[in-house]
Ligand binder design. Structure first.
Ligand code: GUN
Length: 285
């Protein structure tokens, strides 16, 4: 039976450490500030944004919430980003994705000052990650890495298979595992003989958005299995990309959904905001 990786517990430990760090920064006159921008009324995005603001409050980070109507123009959003780039009390800027169709995501991401890009989506930050000298890691891959570290399993030299090649998770995740000296394979919807590839994995990271896609026959006995999925099963119940009941008897370590990767993503956003505040340093808010 797999050891269940408790994302809530790992997240709570990291948040305690960060709360102390924010308090020390405040003593020194620096209050980390995060601006969260939400365009439109997508219900899932509203929940994510609310949770991000709540985490800021818990840690003592000053958050600013910008809610714009769904018919906002790209120009108006770029104007707001320009203003937030200039504000000295804003160290991190997060524009919640997806955006309404009249706004080009790539134009918005490019407009955020790279030193305030706490999502690490800007091409300059992506490039720095590829080069291995970065200030920010994208929040979900960074959270996954912390969960793997929490198991105590050494990554060096291991076979790591990532299923999914998104810009937000799959691609940066693969790069991080490469930096950790894993032998990395990225699989996707066109991969042939997928179970044959995934069964090689000592560490299997799944980020495809298909409910209960990974079953026991795809998992090497004893593997570390990380489930990034947030899906609904046939009864509408929250579940992951991994068929938990089938994989649990085979895996060595396994993240649950909910309570695995989810809580870590926001914790890593908080870490990036603190890092941005420290880097922007002397510019006090
Ligand atoms: N939408 C879903 N995940 C994310 C994320 O990590 N950052 C942003 N900005 N939007 C998202």
């Amino acid at each position: 039976m797999a050891v269940i990786i408790d994302g809530k517990a790992v997240s709570a430990r990291l948040r305690r450490e960060m709360t102390a760090e924010v308090a020390a920064l405040k003593e020194a006159g620096l209050v980390p500030g995060l601006a969260v921008v939400l365009v439109g009324e997508d219900p899932a995005s509203q929940v994510y944004v609310r949770n991000k603001m709540r985490a800021c409050e818990e840690l003592g980070i000053r958050s600013r919430d910008y809610r714009l109507p769904g018919d906002t123009t790209e120009e108006a959003l770029l104007d707001l980003i320009g203003e937030l780039n200039r504000r000295e009390d804003v160290h991190g800027i997060l524009v919640q994705l997806p955006l309404p169709k009249q706004i080009r995501e790539e134009a918005v991401i490019a407009a955020i000052a790279p030193e305030k890009d706490v999502d690490a989506f800007h091409a300059r930050n992506v490039g720095k990650i590829v080069q291995g000298s970065y200030d920010f890691l994208p929040c979900t891959p960074a959270g996954v890495l912390e969960l793997i570290r929490s198991t105590g399993v050494s990554v060096t030299g291991k076979e790591c298979v990532v299923i999914g090649r998104s810009n937000i998770v799959g691609k940066p995740m693969a790069m991080l595992m490469l930096h950790e000296n894993a032998t990395v394979t990225i699989c996707h919807s066109r991969t042939q003989n997928l179970p044959q590839v995934t069964r090689r994995a000592d560490i299997l990271i799944v980020a495809i958005g298909k409910a209960k896609f990974v079953t026991a026959d795809m998992v090497k006995p004893g593997a570390v299995v990380i489930d990034v999925g947030m899906d609904r099963d046939e009864n509408g119940k929250l579940c992951g990309d991994v068929d938990f009941a089938s994989v649990e008897p085979v895996a060595g370590y396994l993240t649950p959904v909910p309570g695995g990767v989810g809580p870590m993503t926001i914790t890593m956003l908080m870490r990036n905001t603190i890092t941005a505040a420290k880097l922007l340093g002397g510019r006090r808010g």
